[in-house]
Every structure is written in structure tokens, then in C-alpha cells.
Design a protein around this ligand. Structure first.
Ligand code: ATP
Length: 237
């Protein structure tokens, strides 16, 4: 399988704190890969560094063979990679439709924006129904759908999702996971941060387990489900 994203010895620092301490990982085309680990393990720092929101202190980020380590955050979606950040940050005082349009800021071609918008409405019929409503009036689950929809507006070849299940009711979490699988089945590649280890390993092809800024184990979802690291993590939580 073709490698889409590659991290080489990446480090992220906040002043004296080294949140990511030199990690290597690879995402191949067509996969769902989960990045697992407890609070503070460095998962969001890794995602934000890939998306250009946090500087990479050392190491390299390669996307489709191109060095994107030092690209500005607004250039990253143009290169084909978007992040739906933790905490489903939708613009509450803008309509659903305007939130989606903002997701397409990197796209100049109006027809492509229209096609992306229709795809989002196909994936999330509830967003089509509520397209003129303020995003702040949506339920938590619907806001999460909107946050994912917004990230899809640039037609990314790689979608990064930071904790899409956070704070959602179990039934909604299940719907979000089903949707992520559907996106993969339609050809997207997804890199997913999750604290919901059981749910993530049900849909992921492979997973990396992070602790204290390092990758502690990696493998297929099956290996991670049965491996010592996953077991100790699950017991500890
Ligand atoms: P969570 O699930 O809680 O978001 P995480 O695995 O995503 O956890 P990070 O948010 O990447 O972990 O945090 C890794 C470490 O970096 C933590 O010790 C955290 O306190 C620290 N950290 C994160 N962001 C900052 C920041 N902006 N300034 C200083 N330290 C930070």
C-alpha cells in the first residue's frame, strides 16, 4: 500500500516541556489508523503538529512524499490534509451552511465547493435539514457531524480526527464510528485520535499506542486488541 503520511522522529515542545519526544509513524492510503493513549500522552500535540497548528520542533512530516513540516496551517488543507480538532469547534453564531463554506476556504472553484457540500449533505442528512440553523443550536452529536463535514469540504485525501467521540452519548458515538468506516469505504484515509480504545479498535485497521510522548506499541487492530499494551491500558481505565 502507498504511504500517504510519514512522521520521522517528530518532536513537539511547549517551552521546556517535551510533549512529543521523537515519534515515527506511517499512514497508508485507504486505512483507518488510530492513535491511542491516556490524557496527556501527546496525541493532540501530534495531530496539531501534522496540521501545522503547533510547530514541529525536530523531525520531518511527509505527506504524499512532500515535506510539509514547515508549511503554514492554512497551506496544509490545500496540500490535501485536514484536521477536525478536539472539542468540535464549530462557529455557533454562523449557520450550518456558512460553517461548511468556511471549511472550503482553500478551494477557489465554486463547482468543487458545491460538490463537496452535496457530499456532506448526503453523508449527514440532518445537516441538510438544518442548513440555515445556527450551529450553536445543534446537539453535541450534530455539531460533531458538522465539524467532520467542515473538514471534508476541502476534499482531503487524509482526514485527521481528534477525539470525535468525546462527550457524546453512546448511541451517537456508535453513529460517528459507523460514519468513519463509511468514509474509509468510500476511499478516504483516516488518522483518528481516540480515548475510546474499544470503539476505535473495532473500526481501525492499525493502531499506535502513545504514552508520555512516545509510541509504546503499534500493530494491527487485532494485535492491539489482544496485545499486552492494550490490555494494560484497558485495565488501567
Ligand atoms: P488529551 O487527550 O488530554 O488531549 P493528549 O494525549 O492529546 O491528551 P496533549 O494534549 O498532546 O496530550 O498533551 C501532551 C502534553 O503536553 C501534556 O503534558 C500537556 O499538559 C502538554 N501541553 C499540551 N498543550 C500544551 C500547551 N499549549 N502548553 C504547554 N503544555 C501543553
Amino acid at each position: 500500500m502507498t504511504s500517504l503520511l510519514k512522521l520521522e522522529n517528530c518532536k513537539v515542545r511547549y517551552g521546556a516541556v517535551e510533549a512529543v519526544r521523537g515519534i515515527n509513524l506511517e499512514i497508508r492510503k485507504g486505512e483507518i489508523v488510530a492513535l491511542l493513549g491516556a490524557n496527556g500522552a501527546g496525541k493532540s500535540s501530534t495531530m496539531n503538529a501534522i496540521a501545522g497548528l503547533t510547530p514541529v520542533a525536530e523531525g520531518k512530516v511527509w505527506f504524499e512524499g512532500r515535506d510539509i513540516t514547515d508549511l503554514d496551517p492554512e497551506e496544509i488543507p490545500i496540500s490535501g490534509l485536514t484536521l477536525s480538532p478536539e472539542g468540535r469547534r464549530v462557529f455557533g453564531t454562523l449557520s450550518v451552511d456558512d460553517n461548511l463554506r468556511m471549511g472550503a476556504y482553500a478551494i477557489r472553484d465554486k463547482a468543487s465547493i458545491q460538490t463537496a457540500r452535496e457530499r456532506v449533505f448526503d453523508l449527514f442528512p440532518i445537516l441538510a435539514e438544518r442548513r440555515n440553523q445556527y450551529a450553536g443550536t445543534l446537539s453535541g452529536g450534530q455539531q460533531q457531524m458538522l465539524a467532520i463535514g467542515r473538514a471534508l469540504m476541502c476534499n482531503p485525501r487524509l482526514l485527521l480526527l481528534d477525539e470525535p467521540s468525546l462527550g457524546l452519548a453512546p448511541l451517537i458515538v456508535e453513529q460517528v464510528f459507523v460514519l468513519i468506516e463509511k468514509l474509509r469505504d468510500e476511499g478516504s484515509t483516516i488518522f483518528l485520535v481516540e480515548q475510546n480504545v474499544t470503539g476505535a479498535l473495532q473500526i481501525a485497521d492499525r493502531a499506535y499506542m502513545m504514552a508520555s510522548g512516545l509510541i509504546r506499541s503499534e500493530g494491527t487492530a487485532e494485535e492491539m486488541r489482544t496485545g499486552d499494551m492494550a490490555a494494560s491500558y484497558l485495565v488501567g481505565h
